[in-house]
Design a protein around this ligand. Structure first.
Ligand code: SF4
Length: 351
């Protein structure tokens, strides 16, 4: 996992390519959590990487970090993938520190390759699919410099999906694109450019490029029916939605800290009541069993988790088990639709 430059971190290059002023802030999922949960949310990826490195080095999976059966299975898959695809002719180096230098030997960026093996770089991703080309091109370039070659294959291993994106990285293309981003970031006249990654930028609340999205909106035109205009309006609306969310959160935090915000006050509300013990609630409620059970709901996902843990099987297997065992009582709700951006528009992905 990474240990890198604060501005030109390899993982920020895809964002910096779209806006040279990008500065990584808390991600949206972390923002939605309570402060004590944020650390564990962020640490989980690091912990999974630690176990991955541990097992790849030949040590047992059972270390101090507790893993669910699904996580164990995912990590083992990634370890097996590396072992199958690594060449015995080159050393397999785990947690290899990599550096990218400019022509004057100044450090442009640095990071740590999860596993490198000659002209191969293996990178574990324990989360969702995102656009990793520039980040991987940077790792590839650093490994090329290290071993003196012009082509490196980067294997981006998405352990959650048992899927690998194989990216052949050439020195020519990687240098051209990485250095173009570096030049744009170092440009003293750089300007922000609103884009879908604004949601991960710490400047979104005060960024002029984001606020400017509101300009030019034809407020007299109450309906937008032209598909191209609607697409643009929707993209802008989603960036502005992040701006609204950050303003709300920031104002609330300041109010909690004691700042008076004109025309607003903090109003507290009692938390919703919840049943702590369903069995005891049944005994106390005085309702017949059928009537009581009809009021209870059982989340299918929680049931799958419980089966996965009890039977020590991956979550994907538990899902099949539940589908088979509960076939007589399982049904799907009516389908819903939502407008989903194509991957290329929301977050350009290169595989
Ligand atoms: S919020 Fe502003 S600085 Fe940040 S990525 Fe968006 S446009 Fe760039």
């Amino acid at each position: 996992m990474s240990d890198h430059h604060p501005t030109l971190a390899p993982s920020s290059l895809p964002m910096l390519e779209l806006c040279p002023c990008f500065e990584r802030g808390e991600d949206a999922a972390a923002l939605a959590l309570e402060p004590h949960e944020v650390t564990s949310y962020k640490d989980r990826g690091s912990q999974l990487h630690l176990v991955f490195e541990h097992v790849l080095a030949g040590l047992p999976m059972d270390c101090e970090i507790h893993l669910s059966p699904t996580e164990k299975e995912q990590i083992q898959w990634a370890v097996d993938y590396v072992k199958v695809h690594a060449s015995l002719e080159d050393p397999l180096e785990i947690e290899q520190h990599l550096v990218l230098l400019d022509d004057k030997f100044n450090i442009i960026t640095h990071g740590t390759g999860d596993a490198v093996n000659g002209p191969r770089v293996f990178d574990l991703k324990t989360g969702d699919y995102h656009n990793y080309w520039l980040q991987m091109a940077t790792y590839g370039l650093m490994q090329m410099d290290r071993i003196g070659t012009d082509l490196v294959n980067v294997y981006v291993m998405f352990s959650r999906f048992h899927n690998v994106h194989l990216l052949p990285i050439t020195r020519e293309e990687a240098t051209r694109r990485v250095m173009a981003v570096v030049a744009s970031v170092l440009d003293p006249n750089k300007k922000p450019k609103a884009n879908p990654y604004c949601r991960w930028c710490r400047k979104v609340m005060t960024c002029p490029a984001v606020v400017k999205l509101l300009e030019g909106v034809d407020v007299a035109n109450h309906e937008i029916n032209d598909p191209a205009e609607l697409s643009l309006a929707l993209k802008n609306a989603r960036i502005l939605a992040e701006w609204v969310k950050r303003i709300e959160l920031h104002a609330k935090n300041l109010a909690i800290a004691g700042v008076e915000i004109p025309y607003f006050f903090l109003k507290s509300r009692q938390g919703a009541r919840e049943i702590m013990d369903v069995k005891r609630a049944y005994e106390l409620a005085g309702l017949p069993p059928d009537q009581f059970i009809a009021l209870c709901s059982l989340p299918v996902g929680a049931l799958e988790d419980a089966i996965a843990i009890k039977e020590n099987i991956p979550r994907s297997r538990a899902k099949k088990v539940i589908n088979e065992r509960l076939a007589a009582v399982l049904q799907r709700r009516a389908p819903t639709v939502r407008l989903t951006p194509t991957q290329n528009e929301e977050e350009p992905t290169e595989t």
